[in-house]
Design a protein around this ligand. Structure first.
Ligand SMILES: Cc1cc2nc3c(=O)[nH]c(=O)nc-3n(C[C@H](O)[C@H](O)[C@H](O)COP(=O)(O)OP(=O)(O)OC[C@H]3O[C@@H](n4cnc5c(N)ncnc54)[C@H](O)[C@@H]3O)c2cc1C
Length: 414
């Protein structure tokens, strides 16, 4: 039976970053991926910040940049924010996954595709034996000192190691269209019960004349696909032609809300498996990659010390929460407030954001990875905006200044 230091389950961005950092530090790393090819099928809109390019150390997978967004309220009242420079990047998501997996393989990690983590067979201090199943149904066993669950929203690793799953998984539906009218520099966001209760709908220019259109919406008896069709109807009416010839459809779920523990004896979770996802946008590439860096730092030390116990690995929980936990919990709080607003209230907020001084603030300080910072600034700047929101936000917006954590501290960028 193969014996490895770290078995990484899942070759998404979080898994491949963790694998790379552990392999380059000299550990024996095996990455298993249930699909036959890394990166496929794509389950993502692929809109990321500069931080993702920095963490990857490449822009090879960037397809386009955008300078801002147009936000539509439920009655289609809208406000646009357009910065002078690029503010976010539309990426070839499969390209990112392949790039990160190649980097990890070059760093010494072994990859096995078409191999699924099935179950945990035995667990003793410092050694877990797990069962893998190949595409043809063949069962094999692997022993690992550490199992890293980077296996996404439905994490089998989290279940096998009895770590709790996120309370909410938001259904999402997206399609890619090869041709679409629309402003190639601005993303469109659609708010409210009419378009996407629970999160929002989006139209993202792909840099090649097409667009990615999707919704993430609460399961209130209406499917995410039905909301998606409604958004397509609206876009068709606005553009004067219905988007057609979709090249890819995507159905998935977005984990919302942190899980209480992301490590235990011989196991660590990262990325969507750990619900390290921004609750206001559903974005999880930056947070997953960044937490994978933190995970690798703690796992490296624990493997060297020969202590893979739950208490030792809990340093990872503490460290990623110290860096990103406040932002994620503030964003979760804000999201709860927003999901309770009526369509009329959301329209009123969109109208209020159209005031020049607030638009300027968003253009100057908007940050897709830390959206609560600009939200707090806006609330402090505009008493009329505060009046539109429930009292629950009162204490928060008057709290002390927020700062983006320094992400450079323990990250060796490549
Ligand atoms: C519709 C939609 C749009 C999104 N848009 C954006 C966006 O624009 N920007 C952004 O930042 N985020 C976006 N996200 C979120 C983003 O896709 C995820 O946060 C991100 O992919 C998480 O990375 P990960 O490595 O943790 O997990 P994943 O990318 O999900 O990778 C997990 C991997 O594990 C594999 N796997 C699963 N189970 C097993 C098993 N038992 N054995 C072996 N392998 C297994 C899977 O095949 C997969 O390859 C979007 C999500 C959705 C659903």
């Amino acid at each position: 039976m193969p014996e490895v230091d770290a078995l990484v389950v899942g070759a998404g961005p979080a898994g491949s970053v963790a694998a790379f950092r552990l392999a380059e530090r000299g550990h024996r790393v095996l990455v298993i991926e249930e699909h036959g090819r890394v990166g496929l099928p794509v389950q993502c809109a692929g809109l990321v910040s500069q931080r993702v390019l920095d963490l990857a150390g490449s822009r090879a997978f960037v397809r386009a940049s955008v300078r801002g967004a147009t936000v539509f309220g439920p009655s289609l009242v809208s406000v646009s924010f357009r910065a002078e420079k690029e503010r976010a990047f539309v990426i070839d998501r499969a390209g990112l996954d392949v790039y990160l997996a190649d980097r990890a393989a070059k760093g010494g990690a072994e990859f096995r595709t078409a191999s699924r983590f099935d179950r945990l067979l035995r667990r003793s201090p410092g050694r877990s034996v797990v069962q893998l199943t190949g595409a043809d149904g063949t069962k094999t066993e692997v022993a690992a000192r550490l199992v890293v669950g980077a296996d996404g929203v439905s994490s089998a690793v989290a279940r096998a190691f009895r770590l709790r799953r996120p309370v909410e998984i938001l259904p999402a539906f997206e399609a890619e269209f090869p041709k679409s009218p629309g402003d190639p520099e601005l993303v469109e966001v659609y708010l409210g019960r009419r378009f996407a209760p629970g999160l929002f709908g989006w139209w993202i220019p792909d840099g090649a004349g097409g667009a990615r259109v999707g919704v993430a919406a609460d399961a209130d008896g209406t499917s995410a696909r039905a909301y998606f069709e409604r958004l397509l109807d609206h876009l068709g009416a606005r553009f004067g032609e219905r988007l057609a010839n979709a090249t890819a459809y995507l159905v998935s779920g977005i984990p919302i809300g942190a899980v209480p523990k992301t490590s235990g004896d011989g196991v660590m979770l990262v990325g969507d498996a750990a619900a390290q996802v921004k609750p206001l946008s559903g974005g999880g590439i930056f947070t997953g990659m960044r937490c994978a860096e933190i995970l690798a730092g703690v796992a490296d030390a624990a493997l060297r010390e020969g202590d893979l116990s739950g208490p030792r690995l809990a340093e990872y929980d503490r460290r990623w929460r110290a860096e990103l936990g406040d932002e994620l919990s503030r964003a979760l709080h804000l999201r709860r407030v927003f999901t309770r607003l009526s369509d009329a209230e959301l329209d009123a907020i969109v109208r209020a954001l159209g005031r020049a001084e607030l638009t300027d603030t968003i253009v100057a300080f908007g940050d897709i990875d830390f959206p609560t910072h600009v939200a707090r600034r806006l609330l402090r700047q505009s008493p009329s905006l505060v009046r539109l929101l429930p009292k629950a936000l009162g204490a928060w917006w008057s709290s002390p200044e927020l700062t983006v954590p320094d992400l450079e501290d323990d990250t060796r960028r490549k």
